[in-house]
Design a protein around this ligand. Structure first.
Ligand code: HEM
Length: 200
């Protein structure tokens, strides 16, 4: 108790303030100091790399390695359709003027739900030259297009050459007996309920 009393007397003696006023002023100074110093970054923290929470960004937990484009060579329209983004393990492909581009890095545009998803897995020359989203225009038919439309198509082609790797060329479907048989087997596998034994 003696220590407490003499401490209070010392405070009053040295500061000229009552102990209550002294502690109030002290508390206010601490608050002001903490508020002001929280507005600045300490020099050590300033030089540290930013801390990114893996919980907030789960992709940093298991970063996906960048996928190397696979060269496909010659592909038919029918085969190209398998690369429309419905299988996340396959690249997203799109063809312009018979050249096939891997547009996987543009998944936001062409992936499922994207604004240009209708172009994925398709030859889109006609649609791009006409600036059309109509399903009947999403093909490689350049019949009846004017000069200005062909220039628009060329601009698109340049954009794609610059932005995406070329991974193959489109070849016409060959209606060989072997192909027809393979397609029939594929269709039967995909729609077993509609299976027809064509040999009977
Ligand atoms: C209201 C009209 C449209 C708006 C506002 C619009 C907007 C955009 C924007 C903001 C981009 C991104 C550009 C960039 O990243 O450099 C883009 C890209 C694109 N747009 Fe459009 N667009 C429109 C119409 C069309 C039409 C009519 C077509 C074709 C039929 C089309 C096909 C594309 C394609 C293919 C891309 C390229 C995506 C890529 O970089 O791979 N757009 N559009």
């Amino acid at each position: 108790m003696g220590f407490y009393t003499s401490l209070m007397e010392e405070i009053t003696f040295y500061t000229g303030l009552s102990p209550t006023a002294f502690f109030t002023v002290l508390a206010m100074m601490v608050v002001v100091y903490r508020t002001v110093s929280s507005m600045f970054v300490s020099p050590e923290d300033y030089n540290k790399p930013p801390v990114v929470s893996a919980r907030a960004h789960p992709q940093f937990d298991h970063p996906e390695p960048p996928r190397q484009p696979v060269q496909l060579g010659q592909v038919t329209d029918r085969e190209l359709r398998a690369y429309d983004g419905s299988d996340p393990n396959k690249p997203l492909l799109m063809a312009i003027k018979g050249q096939i581009y891997d547009v996987s890095t543009g998944r936001n545009f062409y992936g499922p739900g994207g604004p240009y998803a209708m172009f994925a897995g398709k030859e889109c020359s006609r649609a791009l030259s006409l600036l059309s989203f109509k399903p009947e225009d999403i093909n490689g038919d350049l019949e009846g297009l004017g000069e200005s439309e062909l220039t628009i198509l060329e601009d698109w082609e340049f954009k794609f050459i610059e932005k995406y790797p070329k991974v193959g060329v489109l070849i016409p479907e060959q209606r060989t007996q072997q192909n027809e048989l393979t397609e029939q087997v594929q269709d039967n596998l995909e729609n077993p309920n509609e299976y027809k034994d064509e040999t009977k």
